[in-house]
Design a protein around this ligand. Structure first.
Ligand SMILES: Nc1ncnc2c1ncn2[C@@H]1O[C@H](COP(=O)(O)OP(=O)(O)OP(=O)(O)O)[C@@H](O)[C@H]1O
Ligand SMILES: [Mg+2]
Length: 291
């Protein structure tokens, strides 16, 4: 592919993605553009680039001029009050929002520099892994859950499927717990095991980015810890965006944190910057309310 990284709004995205100086700038309306460095300002390891994304449902704005960059082998945690647009943001990356009849969308989302709106659906599905709040394994065996996408896409030769199942289950820390039960129904697993299985299923075709929408909110503390350990391992391989209501979780696992409010990215930076030294009053108020 010879598409150029960064067409519309590239400057804003680059700054938003960015380096120390840009981290805050990209959050603001137009402030990112002030960097004025054009497409070059985008980080070389950007996997998902969101530029000036505005989404409305029946005229009511859910996202406003969002610029954000998701970088390879990092965990970006998205936090913010209920209804601020976190799920809408994730659904914009895998194009579900564009397919929603009530939604009006402007701006651009790119995956490795390519506009997701123009990507073939199968390619997009293959490259964007999604995990939801409620563990939702398919009502099949554990083995079939993990091999579902590789068999669908034909991405792994049949003789290598067993090895793939083991590799992915090891990555999510589930192999030792289920290696003798691979043919048993996934529905017999505990909630935490089911969620790790869903993560294994989502990474079975090695997506470019893994999106998780409050993956632990239905789990207890111990199961949450197993998912967090899994994410720490996956961070070595994938770009990850995790929406979380749990500030402690953001602190434990995130490289970067984006705080959203009323459809805007209010503040973004390293976990330490945003959670321990927030610059904006809105962020401070949100964090104070959480403690
Ligand atoms: N399919 C939809 N149709 C109409 N309005 C929607 C739709 N999805 C989201 N919204 C609205 O868009 C806004 C953002 O919703 P979204 O679900 O993205 O927020 P959220 O931050 O994920 O909230 P929560 O923390 O409760 O999951 C809300 O006002 C919501 O009511
Ligand atoms: Mg949500």
């Amino acid at each position: 592919m010879d598409e150029v990284v960064g067409t519309r709004g590239a400057a804003g995205v680059g700054a938003g993605a960015g380096n120390e100086a840009g981290v805050g700038a990209g959050a603001g309306n137009g402030a990112g553009g002030a960097a004025g460095t054009g497409a070059d300002a985008r980080p070389a390891d950007e996997v998902v680039g969101i530029s000036h994304l505005t989404v409305s449902y029946d005229g009511a704005e859910a996202l406003h001029d969002v610029c954000l960059s998701v970088r390879d082998r990092r965990i970006l945690a998205v936090i913010g009050p209920s209804g601020c647009g976190k799920t809408t943001l994730l659904r914009s990356v895998n194009r579900l929002v564009l397919e929603e009849p009530r939604a009006q969308v402007s701006g651009q989302v790119t995956l490795r520099g390519r506009d997701v709106a123009r990507m073939p659906a199968e390619e997009l599905r293959r490259n964007v892994g999604m995990v939801f709040q409620e563990p939702s394994p398919f009502p099949f065996s554990i083995w079939r859950n993990v091999t579902y996408a590789p068999r669908y896409f034909g991405s792994t030769p049949k003789r290598e499927l067993d090895g793939l199942v083991r590799e992915k289950l090891e990555l999510v820390g589930l192999w030792d717990e289920v290696s003798r039960d691979l043919r048993k129904s996934a529905l017999r697993l505990s909630g935490g095991q089911q969620q790790r299985l869903c993560i294994a299923r989502a990474i079975a075709v090695d997506p470019q980015v893994l999106l998780l929408d409050e993956p632990c909110s239905a789990l207890d503390v111990n199961a949450t810890a197993t998912v967090e350990r899994a994410l720490a391992r996956l961070r070595e391989r994938y770009a990850i965006v995790v929406v979380t209501h749990n500030i402690g979780q953001a602190r434990r696992i995130a490289d970067e944190v984006a705080f959203m409010s009323e459809g805007r990215i209010v503040e973004r930076g390293t976990a330490e910057q945003v959670l321990d030294h927030p610059r904006r009053d809105e962020t401070r108020a949100f964090l104070a309310g959480w403690r």
